[in-house]
Design a protein around this ligand. Sequence first.
Ligand code: UDP
Length: 333
Amino acid sequence: MSILVVGGAGYIGSHMVKLLAGSGADVITLDNLSRGYRDAVKYGEFIQGDLGDPAVLDDVFINNQIEVVMHFAAFIEVGESVTYPARYYHNNFTNTQTLLDAMLRHDVGYFIFSSTAAIFGEPDYTPIDEKHRKLPINPYGHSKLMVEQLLSDYDKAYGLRSACLRYFNAAGADPDGDLGERHDPETHLIPLVLQAASGRREDIKVFGNDYPTDDGTCVRDYIHINDLCDAHLLALERIQKTDSSAQYNLGNGKGFSVKQVIDAAREVTGKDFKVTQDERRPGDPAVLVADAKLAKKELGWRPEYADLESIIETAWNWEINFLCKKSSDKEQG
Ligand code: UDP
């Protein structure tokens, strides 16, 4: 079976490619390298191309026996989506429709979609299950929810079976140390905290300390990248077996505050670093925690990295053994 991984050169996509290759699948990555890295694609065939280009997609589907598409090629910054909504609707929605229409032309019947907790907006209750009302508060969340709607309609009209996987906070790195998170610029909490710990960053800024949480800082549900990827494989098996589409919230079901993440990072790294109090970041809900019971029940999904320390440990390994070396190579010219 050939699986096309769109966005396989990015953070989550590259880990997925590794998992698929290890499970014996024939993997092909399509990525335009606008935000990904060629050297992150360590398995299978690599095609550099744009998912928004129907001719590129026709070529890929004509030349390969693809049965499944997994789609990770999205823009993910909430703040950027508010400033540049056109970019988000175009890449995350319009280009995804172009990809789905190409799948229909070439009779590819299964689609796994990277969705997000941002489709829920400000939560009415927590933990958030699949039934929670969906009211995004930024263009990023809207662009993802629009794809979910499209997928529901394409399922009914064209029989395209899909799984929408709503990630909470993807974190950590490949435990073998081959892959990790490499956003530029980096905006996510765990990699930034670890940059402070390794000395690549002067301090870590805490965005807001007056939220209605125990210590006043925002609470998030951090889920290890390998656990997330496992859920994709299980979701694929499920939609193939049941011949129906599905949606799952993916998280550990346990929230950690920004302060708790910083304390855990101090513990894991044995380093102290400067913490600076800063303003709230616009668009941040106080608490986002997943209720992932449905994924556990229907998929038999069992996250292995349920504790924050082991997630941070893998990310720390990547920070010191890959990112620090890359940045010192760069400095030495
Ligand atoms: N955060 C922070 N300082 C940073 C980056 C993030 O305090 O330098 C906070 C952010 O406000 C949020 C949490 O850490 O409450 C997780 O943010 P991240 O960007 O990692 O993921 P998000 O929850 O936005 O998807």
